[in-house]
Design a protein. Structure first.
Length: 209
């Protein structure tokens, strides 16, 4: 008689125990999810594909700390910001569109190729007195200062960053010729600074002009 009375109670107890276990398990999962989500958020508010792009950027030191007016990222603003850089006091010593650089054989120019989300692709052509990687880095720094949404600035072809282009035999790999893509070292300063272990780009080609 006693066993008959206890049996329904035991069945109810088993159901309650299972139910409580499921509730506890569910609460643990929610806590784990919230912790993971908050950790990802505070690491970076950007979507995963943008965070990956940041980490894979060719230049790890081009982000700007300059305080300038911030604008939103679109093609018109990228082009206008690139023009600002080209016609800035810095750009007037770098690009062949200006009279003084053109006078000394500097023909280099930078152009916008495309915008793909937060990634900007540029095109370098002509001869620069500065290293071509410097030209790209400075342009990227300015663009990022104006539009912090930008995560990567690069060229359409990495060969555009080579100051010396090597022509090699397609079968043997032997060097046939080297093409200097730099503007003339018109007064010998670039070579002199390099000999002293000084980066010529930190000073520029026209000191005092």
């Amino acid at each position: 008689m006693l066993k008959t009375m206890i049996k329904p109670f035991l069945q109810v107890w088993r159901v309650v125990t299972i139910f409580l276990y499921l509730i506890i398990f569910a609460l643990k999962e929610v806590k784990t999810f919230q912790f993971r989500s908050s950790s990802v958020y505070y690491q970076s508010p950007l979507p995963h594909h943008l965070r990956s792009t940041c980490l894979q950027n060719t230049y790890d030191d081009w982000r700007s700390q300059v305080a300038v007016g911030v604008i939103h990222l679109d093609e018109e603003n990228v082009q206008s910001s690139l023009d600002e850089f080209i016609f800035s006091n810095y750009g007037k010593h770098m690009f062949g569109i200006h009279d003084l650089p053109a006078l000394y054989g500097i023909t280099g120019m930078i152009e916008l190729v495309e915008i793909c989300g937060p990634e900007i692709t540029l095109h370098l052509e002509g001869k620069f007195w500065h290293k071509r990687s410097t030209v790209l880095r400075e342009a990227a720094t300015w663009l990022n200062a104006r539009m912090p949404e930008i995560t990567e600035v690069n060229v359409e072809d990495m060969d555009q960053l080579k100051d010396i282009e090597e022509i090699r035999d397609e079968f043997t790999g032997d060097l046939i010729a080297s093409i200097d893509k730099r503007a003339p070292d018109y007064n010998g300063d670039r070579r002199s600074l390099e000999y002293q272990g000084i980066d010529p780009d930190t000073r520029g080609p026209f000191v005092g002009m």
